[in-house]
Design a protein around this ligand. Structure first.
Ligand code: X6L
Ligand code: MG
Ligand code: MG
Length: 163
């Protein structure tokens, strides 16, 4: 089976956020092989539920033939190992790993939807994504680079250096 290009969004807003993200990437690489792209870290204001600490967000890219359900299982185990507690919807978390895209995989299920249905609306996803995949196309044909400028016209989402 040929490998697919996998784009992930990672976020943390509890504890040592940079360390949490670094550990998550290291765990992903143990199973998927070396990342083919890692964005900078971005400090971002919380979306959805605003009364919580700000996030560090980043995106990562892997090339792997892992199946979608197996990737979801891997992500859940990494989130648990890094101390993620399920409190309330949109609440704070030590680490969150979301599957954005997996090659041309399209799944619309209870547990898993790929591509991520809201990814192109969120600056904290699209700005880091545009750093590692500027020519990636949204469903409307717009590139990630152009989406990033549209979602964050004043460049408020600033890179904080890499991991
Ligand atoms: C209206 C209603 C507008 C809800 C937006 C957006 C809800 C994003 C949830 C929304 C809405 C989310 C992160 C975050 C969360 C993160 C930053 C979510 C799920 N995760 N904020 N908020 N980074 N900056 O990774 O993404 S909760
Ligand atoms: Mg998320
Ligand atoms: Mg998630």
């Amino acid at each position: 089976m040929p490998s697919r290009r996998i784009y992930l969004s990672l976020g943390s807003n509890i504890g040592d956020r940079e360390s949490n993200l670094r550990k998550a990437v290291r765990s992903l690489e143990e199973r998927l092989g070396k990342a083919s792209g890692l964005s900078s870290l971005y400090e971002t204001e919380p979306w959805g539920y605003k009364n919580q600490p700000s996030f560090l967000n980043m995106c990562a890219c892997f090339d792997s033939n892992i199946e979608p359900e197996d990737l979801l299982g891997l992500i859940s185990s990494i989130e648990s190992a890094l101390g993620r507690q399920r409190t309330f919807r949109w609440g704070p978390r030590t680490v969150d790993i979301d599957i954005l895209m997996m090659g041309d995989v399209s799944i619309d299920g209870e547990a898993l939807t790929i591509p991520h249905p809201r990814m192109w609306e969120r600056a904290f996803v699209v700005v880091p994504l545009a750093e590692i995949a500027p020519n990636l196309k949204a469903p409307d044909g717009m590139s990630a680079a152009l989406k990033a400028v549209t979602l964050d016209p004043d460049g408020k989402i600033k890179p904080m250096g890499g991991i």
